[in-house]
Design a protein around this ligand. Structure first.
Ligand SMILES: [Zn+2]
Length: 82
């Protein structure tokens, strides 16, 4: 099973709050063969860097309102780890 993390972020550009979601692949092959569908109004994040457990520590989340690329750091991402 893959692990899903979600969180909320307020866009730095337009101040609108949006929800983001990221699915940590269990194995590298999982990400190739499985297509995960995100919920509506939830944006996927582009992970730039992960730790040794494949947990994202730096990512970009594009605002669904204005398209601004918000940079999420490890604090933004860890807060919602569950
Ligand atoms: Zn925005």
């Amino acid at each position: 099973m893959s692990k899903k993390i979600t969180g909320k972020y307020i866009c730095k550009d337009c101040n609108k709050e949006f929800e983001w979601q990221y699915i940590i692949p269990n194995k590298i092959s999982d990400s190739i063969y499985k297509v995960h569908k995100l919920s509506e109004n939830v944006v996927g994040i582009r992970v730039l860097e992960t730790d040794e457990n494949k947990f994202p520590i730096a990512a970009i989340a594009y605002c669904p309102e204005c398209g601004f690329p918000n940079q999420l750091n490890s604090d933004d991402l860890k807060e919602f780890n569950n």
